[in-house]
Each structure stands twice: as C-alpha cells, then as structure tokens.
Design a binder for this molecule. Structure first.
Ligand code: ATP
Length: 326
C-alpha cells in the first residue's frame, strides 16, 4: 500500500441499475498509480458495467467514480487524452478503413497518436491491412485495431475489457510485452479477463466480482496463499468410504480407498491431526491450483444467482453513449 501515491481510479459505493436489473451494487475499489489491476468474475458479474462507468459511457445510479480525480461522466472530454479504452464488444464504422478508424479515434482522444505506427507493426497490422475497410477485418484484426487505439496516445490509464479475446498466442505474447512496458512506464492498467494464467502473469492485484458485488480484492500472491490445501489420504485397510469425523464437513471426494479433501490453509494442521488417528497408509498435501481457487469463487456464485432479477437482454440501457464506438 505504501508505494501507492494516489488513486488513479476511485470507485465508491458504485451502484448501476438498468431498470430492474442490477449491473453492480455497492462496489468499492481503488486502483493506485502504476498498478496493473485485474477484474475477474463470472459472466454477468458487472465488470463491463463498471468499466463503462469509469470511461463515462454510463452514469452511476448511486455512488461515485473518479478517474484521475475527475468525474468521467461529466468530464469525459477532459479525460479523453489521458484515457485508453478497449470495449469488450468493439463497434466500429464498417466502411472506414483501419487507418481512418485510428485517425478518427485519435481525434476524439484529443492527443497525438505517437505510438500508432509502432503498435500496428508490433501487433501485426500491415499497411495493406490498414487500407482495408474494417468490415473486411477478422475478429482478431478488429481486436488488434482496438488495442492500437487504446494505447496509441500513451494514456495515463488504460482500461481493457477482455483484451486478449480473439488474439492468437503470438499476438497475446506481444500484448503482454506491451502491458509490461505500460507498467514499467508507471502508467496504470485495469483489465478484465476470464483467463486466469493471464491474470496471474500480468496483474499485481485483482478484484473478484460476483452478481454485481465485490467478493474479494487483493494481491494475486495473497490469493495464492489463501488457496485451500488438497489433502489426499490412502487408507491401509483397503476399505473404501467411511466416516471421517469432523473432517466430513470438508466434503471428501472418494476414489476407492482414497479420500481427497480441500481444506482451508488455517485448518489443515488441525484436520490432519484428527485424520491421522485413522488407519492411514499414505498422505499427500498440496496447494490447490490458483485456477481451482478461482473456480471455487466462481462456483459459489450459483447460490446467489437467483437473487438477480431476470432480464431478456443487454440493450435496454438508455444512457447516452451506449453503443457508440469507443
Ligand atoms: N444495457 C443493459 N441493459 C440491461 N441489463 C444489462 C445491460 N448491460 C448489462 N446488463 C446486466 O448487468 C449485469 C452485469 O453485466 P456486465 O456486462 O457488466 O457483466 P460482465 O461481468 O462484464 O459479464 P461478461 O463476463 O459476460 O462480459 C448482467 O446481469 C447484465 O445482463
């Protein structure tokens, strides 16, 4: 915390409703200068909603957001030069060429697109590609164009909604290198992703949201340490499933004479002490994978899901700016 000098993003009690549907509710997140911050959560958790509030496309229903100290909804134009945004669903003018698109977006950003040529070259958008209308672009090419426009003006804050969607592995590597350069330059990144290794690799801290609410926020390393321990017991008597006393509350998974239990790290020693009084032939203890830990957080969503009001689609929002290109 000490090294964070000021918050580039402040989200305070943010609630956004779409009619009767809740996008996010009571969200509090702060992102400091120079952080690469990951935003994770199952589909419909509220990541895109939050990002749209941050770039001024949506007005919060309650609470407030500040980006570089400004209200992005009312001060959108003043923020534009400092803000790069890659929307999850990039909508472009199909008749414009790639080059014209980048030029238009640079004009809207109101800052020189100093990195445009370099980014196009590194992401593999060739001159002939850039002269084609974007309607003829593949999904990956559109995503590359989206990344170029988000980064071309060297913004202080880059907000990327699922940036590696549709990119091939080589281009993904280039993207990670670009992210690292942004971070090394002390600029700030907020990115959403469903790709856990990507988050592990690129982000210092992550927030996990579920059903519009913050589940947890913390350093990726801390989340790793909080992972459950996977305890595997093999019984000496060859008999299978049996009562395990207090350890049964951790729902053992039985495979013949082996039981596998996922136990929170602070309980592991106590549970093992109890279990080892049984006729155990072998025991192994390992950390659950980060993916298992996250999947657990995702899965727990199921119980809360029914609280949400149902809705037929995502296009009922009436906020200005919805659906316009970035
Ligand atoms: N324009 C809209 N009109 C009505 N409901 C919407 C609209 N946009 C989002 N929602 C709803 O708000 C909730 C949060 O959606 P959001 O798109 O922010 O989630 P997300 O975390 O980005 O999901 P995903 O991982 O699927 O992209 C969902 O229930 C979604 O259906």
């Amino acid at each position: 915390m000490g090294e964070r000098t000021r918050n580039v993003i402040d989200i305070v009690s943010l609630t956004k409703r779409y009619g009767r549907t809740t996008g996010v509710e009571g969200l509090d997140i702060g992102v400091g200068e120079g952080e690469v911050f990951g935003f994770l959560g199952p589909n419909g958790a509220g990541k895109t909603t939050t990002m749209r509030c941050l770039v001024g496309l949506l007005r919060p229903t309650e609470g407030r957001v500040r980006v570089l100290g400004r209200d992005p909804f009312t001060e959108h134009l003043r923020l534009a030069p400092s803000l790069g945004y890659l929307p999850g669903e990039l909508r472009l003018y199909p008749e414009l060429t790639g080059r014209e698109t980048l030029r238009l977006l640079a004009a809207l950003q109101g800052a020189p697109a100093r990195l445009q040529d370099e980014l196009c070259a590194r992401l593999g958008l060739s001159g002939p590609d850039l002269d084609r209308p974007v309607r003829a672009y593949s999904r990956g090419m559109k995503q590359k164009l989206g990344l170029v426009q988000a980064l071309q003006h060297e913004p202080e804050l880059v907000i990327l909604d699922e940036p590696t969607e549709g990119l091939d592995p080589l281009v993904q590597e280039t993207f990670y290198a670009l992210l690292e350069e942004v971070r090394a330059a002390g600029r700030t990144v907020l990115l959403s992703s469903h790709v856990l290794p990507e988050v592990q690799r690129t982000c210092g801290r992550v927030a996990i949201v579920r059903a519009g609410r913050l589940v947890t926020v913390g350093a990726v390393a801390a989340l790793r340490e909080a992972r459950a321990r996977k305890v595997r017991l093999t019984f000496a008597d060859g008999l299978g499933r049996r009562p395990l006393g207090g350890a049964d509350r951790w729902s053992p998974d039985w495979h013949g004479d082996q039981a596998v239990l996922m136990i929170p790290p602070d309980r592991t020693v106590a549970v093992l002490r109890e279990l080892l009084a049984l006729p155990v032939r072998d025991v192994t203890v390992e950390e659950a994978g980060l993916d298992e830990a996250f999947l657990d957080l995702y899965r727990n969503h199921r119980s809360g899901q029914d609280d949400r009001s149902d809705h037929g689609g995502r296009d009922t929002g009436s906020d200005p700016g919805e659906g316009k290109p970035p």
